[in-house]
Design a protein around this ligand. Structure first.
Ligand code: GDP
Length: 500
């Protein structure tokens, strides 16, 4: 790789920290405490709005001023979505656990999310000021769930804190800087900014505005921002305190006003020097990048018809409620006819009219004519005398009859570090696996988070030897067949099509 002066613009950037944990374990209290004790706003009015991201300056153990950004995530699910293609919204996670309550379901959920994101974690054992606090018990429960703390069989750093009283909060902040130093997060100041949308709302006076966190590059006035299919000129740019600024860089939270469409929370944004660059980019990729392209599913639900006969109107009502509840992503039941009394010939005829219908009886029988007709016409009659048995059967039936969904599952993504040669449609490239593992076969080629084309890996090499798979963190060489010209920093994704 050639060393140019451009590389000098790659510098260490402050970490973006997220706090996760079970409800009531003190996430908001901790975020508030850090905000209140570390942010001095000299202007009257101060921070008027409670925005979901802020930046502090903390004096580290060497007396150096260190910036740290905190974000309040919009729920675990959204957080997970924010980590496609190697980009994480947060660089470090703090798993907060109450010393009073110990490990709770959402603690485990948060832990899983953090593990999946593969970001460094710091455990904060909170509420140590409480009389009922039992720090040792909390630590033990953590290790029972695979969270192995330093000196407790693992290497996860931890601090015992009181978010309310402020105990050991400076220690927590210093620990964040130590972890950040170890990880050495980098950013390129010369790049056009990119990052994530943290929140978006419509302000009656100002229009659509968004709080964003810059993960790389610089955002300047007169640039343009594209987030999925929302556009915004960089005209009204504010820091997280609401002060007008002319430019911002990583890892600062900012607010931008003037989007033409409400940007999706959690979506990535990219900045462009000129509006024409942005339009050209959108044209190049054919259409606006889709956030959900990993899950190309059919949203039309298949309806499975049911003819229902039961002993009383009360039973019918109860069963209808049960049937209503049964629904999967792409299928549900539809009651085409219901009535009291035994199953007769007429009911079977109704079922024939609707292909694939099921005839259900509850506390009733099917008469002989109905049975004969059903057999001739290959209609399924099922009778039950216990509702939950009926529900269980319907559940299995729904699963069996629902259309199978084909999903593209990304198996890994890799960054292209070098382009060695190009001949016609064959390109020889070098790169590194960022997430998962990559294998020979079909690939998607991504640029700035949008698919720019597809290709096929026809040769894959690891340590100069042929291989069929390269694992996370490893470098590789490969030959790809593609109509798209792949460039340095492009991301390639290998995937498989699975039927579920
Ligand atoms: P969240 O749901 O995780 O955001 O939890 P909150 O920050 O809302 O805290 C839940 C409750 O625990 C609130 O009543 C807080 O005042 C209290 N709390 C949080 N941290 C501490 C602490 O360190 N000590 C004590 N005594 N109470 C705390």
């Amino acid at each position: 790789m050639s060393k140019t002066s451009k590389e000098n613009s790659i510098v260490t950037r402050p970490p973006v920290v997220v706090i996760m944990g079970h409800v009531d374990h003190g996430k908001s209290t901790l975020l508030d405490y850090i905000r209140n004790t570390n942010i001095v706003d000299t202007e009257a009015g101060g921070i008027t709005q409670h925005i979901r991201a802020y930046e502090i300056t903390h004096k580290d153990e060497n007396g150096l001023d260190r910036k740290i950004s905190f974000i309040d995530t919009p729920g675990h699910a959204a957080f997970s979505k924010m980590r496609k293609r190697g980009a994480n919204i947060a660089d470090i996670a703090i798993l907060i656990v109450s010393a009073e309550d110990g490990v709770k379901p959402q603690t485990i959920e948060a832990w899983k999310t953090i593990e999946e994101a593969k970001i460094p974690v710091i455990v904060a054992i909170n509420k140590i000021d409480k009389p009922g606090a039992n720090i040792e018990k909390a630590k033990m429960e953590l290790s029972e769930h695979g969270v192995y703390l330093e000196n407790y069989g693992g290497n996860i750093p931890f601090v015992e804190i009181s978010a309310k009283a402020g105990t050991n909060i400076p220690e927590l902040l210093s620990l964040i800087t130590i972890v950040a130093d170890l990880e050495d997060f980098k950013g390129d100041k010369n790049k056009e900014a990119s990052g994530f949308i943290i929140e978006a709302n419509l302000d009656q006076k100002r229009g659509i505005e968004a709080v964003m966190i810059i993960k790389n590059g610089t955002l300047k006035k007169s640039m343009w921002v594209l987030a999925h299919d929302s556009h915004c000129p960089v005209r009204i740019l504010e820091d997280f305190k609401g002060h007008m600024i002319n430019e911002a860089s990583f890892s600062s939270p900012i607010r931008l006003v003037g989007f033409d469409k409400m940007p999706k929370v959690g979506s990535e944004f990219t900045a462009f020097e000129k509006k024409s660059d942005m339009i050209k980019f959108e044209e190049e990729i054919g259409e606006a990048p889709k956030n959900t392209k990993d899950n190309e599913t059919n949203t039309d639900k298949k309806l499975i018809p049911i003819v229902l006969k039961a002993d009383t109107s009360g039973s019918i009502e109860a069963i209808e409620k049960e049937i209503d509840k049964l629904e999967v992503e792409n299928a549900k039941f539809k009651l085409i006819q219901k009535g009291e009394g035994n199953i007769g010939e007429k009911d079977i005829k109704n079922a024939i009219a609707d292909e694939n219908a099921i005839v259900l009886g509850f506390n009733v029988k099917a008469d002989n004519n109905a049975l004969a007709l059903a057999e001739r016409m290959n209609i399924n009659i099922m009778t039950f005398d216990i509702i939950y048995k009926m529900t269980e059967w319907l559940e299995t039936e729904l699963e069996a009859r629902r259309p199978k969904v084909t999903t593209t599952e990304i198996t890994g993504s890799a960054k292209i570090l070098k382009v060695f040669s190009k001949t016609k449609e064959r390109q020889v490239l070098g790169g590194k696996v960022v997430i998962g593992e990559i294998h020979s076969g079909q690939v998607r080629i991504m640029r700035r988070d949008a698919e720019i084309g597809r290709g096929k890996i026809i040769n894959l090499e690891k340590d100069k030897a042929k291989t069929s798979v390269v694992e996370e963190g490893r470098e590789f060489g490969m030959m790809i067949e593609s109509k798209v010209e792949i460039a340095q920093n492009d991301i390639i994704e290998t995937f498989k099509i699975v039927e579920k």
